[in-house]
Design a protein around this ligand. Sequence first.
Ligand SMILES: [Zn+2]
Length: 113
Amino acid sequence: MAAPSNQAAPLYEEGVRMISYCPSCQTGYGSTSARVLGEKDDSYLLHIRCGNCRNAIIALVMVSSLGVSSVGLVTDLHYDEVDRFKDSKTVTTDDVIEVHHLLQDQDRLFARL
Ligand SMILES: [Zn+2]
């Protein structure tokens, strides 16, 4: 992946148009709302923040000879936080079970904190 930038490349502008409205408040995204998190071949990972409600989505935009497709995910992560969590360890089933048990045992929970 290339280094993230704020510059809009023409290839993914078509894809950005497809993700043109905030899923939370339906406000149209402004031209400066999207920031590139990374790109590989003809795929772009974007962070798009709504100027109205401040909610954000992370969108994967793929450009091919068949057209442009995109998948979006609502997130509470800021642009700078995505990089920090991107390489984090995956949460496993065992992690979830451990947290469940910790929440049932406050003494053990506070000992872990
Ligand atoms: Zn919004």
